[in-house]
Design a protein around this ligand. Structure first.
Ligand code: XUL
Ligand code: CO
Length: 437
């Protein structure tokens, strides 16, 4: 096979003392942490759209990315070649998974059938490359937002024909995801939201979105696709209000429309930030509802208020993420999917390696730190003790559903006042976490 990353050999684990920028200092795939290897815990995934399709443009300038293997054309041959390059990259990096939108991997044609034919041609290459390398598909998805036909949304469009097109597109995307043995399939709202309520029938649009997802669930069963469905919350961009605005809104929507058992959540760090929440909060909301599925691992910028999709480098952040993921039993079908792009100024191919190596090391450290905090046990013990009043007496009675207001009144009349509150010890706990970082 022709190689394009000639000067880069397979990224190896060299340990914390290594000064080689293209080596892992912390991610040691075979190292066992809490009974599983790092590779099994972290389930890293490379995204096709940013890593192989993003030209690195911004609202004020054209793309800067130098990608010598790409002839810049919209041809199927270019797409097939790009697929081989993508696998050379992922293999050298040592990530076990990748993820794509249908339109990242193959160009659209003049008609839907031509588009589907293009997709089939590239899927063939992807399948061969998956077999050659052992790299697997974490999830597939359909791009229902770039083409001008989706100007008013896809399943929430005011135009029923657009809903129909989106349905046909997702049908095909599910088929190819199934064909490639995908562990999951993601629904991110794309343009499912509104720019002004003056022209919007929100109730009707939400009902259409629910109908669309039910059709997807039915089709999944029909073709025997066993992968996990996810919904990905995001509050804004491209619309000013996206219907899947945060984890709580997604869960409410899933419950209202009887979809709870069919979809889990794919939580993205910078979407949480844009929603005015922390990533830890969003993971906790999903986890406590039994719906924590997968993570789009990235980060935002403290000073830029839009979706910058940067690679995660903060150990504090990766520690919080891994503590919460471990608390809810770890990933099963999901993983850490780098929905992240290199900066416009980082336009050389080698920057793609630096970005992913850094992200993987940051999460390996987060995992090791989280495991150490769990082994130490003081944090969990503190939280357990904090709720001890619920383990016996009146607390246990309330929790078991056997109490009522009359009994509560009798209890407090006897006692007179609450005399048992103790400090929440936030600063003590923050210091404790820092002992491990
Ligand atoms: C958009 C975003 C998407 C989804 C997949 O902000 O995160 O790339 O992850 O459609
Ligand atoms: Co994402």
């Amino acid at each position: 096979m022709k190689t394009v990353f000639k000067n880069i050999s397979k990224i190896k684990y060299e340990g914390p003392k290594s000064r080689n920028p293209l080596a892992f200092k912390h991610y040691n795939p075979a190292e066992v942490v809490e009974g599983k290897t790092m590779s099994e815990h972290l389930r890293f995934s490379v995204v096709y759209w940013h890593t192989f399709r993003n030209a690195l443009s911004d609202p004020f300038g054209v793309g800067t990315a130098v990608r010598p293997w790409d002839d810049g054309s919209n041809s199927v041959a270019n797409a097939e070649n790009r697929a081989r390059v993508a696998f050379e990259f992922i293999e050298k990096l040592g990530a076990p998974f990748y993820a794509f939108h249908d339109r990242d991997i193959a160009p659209e044609g003049q008609t839907l059938s031509e588009t589907n034919k293009n997709l089939d041609a590239v899927v063939k290459v992807l399948k061969t490359e998956q077999q050659r390398t052992g790299i697997k598909l974490l999830w597939g998805t359909a791009n229902l937002f770039s083409n001008p036909r989706f100007v008013h949304g896809a399943s929430t469009s005011c135009n029923a024909d657009v809903f129909a097109f989106a349905g046909a597109q997702v049908k095909k995307a599910l088929e190819v995801t199934h064909e490639l043995g995908g562990a999951g399939y993601v629904f991110w709202g794309g343009r499912e939201g509104y720019s002004t309520l003056w022209n919007t029938n929100m109730k009707r649009e939400l009902e259409h979105l629910a109908k669309f997802l039910h059709m997807a669930v039915d089709y999944k069963k029909k073709i025997g696709f066993k992968g996990q469905f996810y919904i990905e919350p995001k509050p804004k961009e491209p619309t000013k209000h996206q219907y899947d605005s945060d984890a709580a809104a997604c869960l409410n929507f899933l419950r209202e429309y009887d979809l709870m058992g069919h979809l889990k959540l794919n939580i993205e760090t910078n979407h949480a930030t844009l929603a005015g929440h922390s990533m830890q909060h969003e993971l906790e909301v999903a986890g406590s509802a039994g719906a924590l599925g997968s993570v789009d691992a990235n980060t935002g910028d403290e000073l830029i208020g839009w979706d910058t999709d940067q690679f995660p480098t903060s150990i504090y952040l990766t520690t919080q993420i891994m503590l919460t993921v471990l608390k809810y039993g770890g990933f099963t079908t999901g993983g850490l999917n780098f929905d992240a792009k290199v900066r416009r100024e980082s336009f050389e191919p080698v920057d793609l390696f630096h970005a992913h190596v850094g992200g993987m090391d940051a999460f390996a450290r987060g995992l090791k730190i989280a495991a150490a905090i769990r082994k130490d046990g003081r944090l969990a013990e503190f939280v357990k003790q904090r709720y001890a009043s619920w383990d016996s007496g009146i607390g246990a009675k309330i929790e078991s559903g056997k109490s009522n207001f009359t009994e509560l009144e009798a209890h407090m009349l006897k006692q007179g006042e609450v005399t048992t509150n103790v400090s929440g010890r936030q600063e003590f706990l923050e210091n404790l976490i820092n002992e491990f970082i």
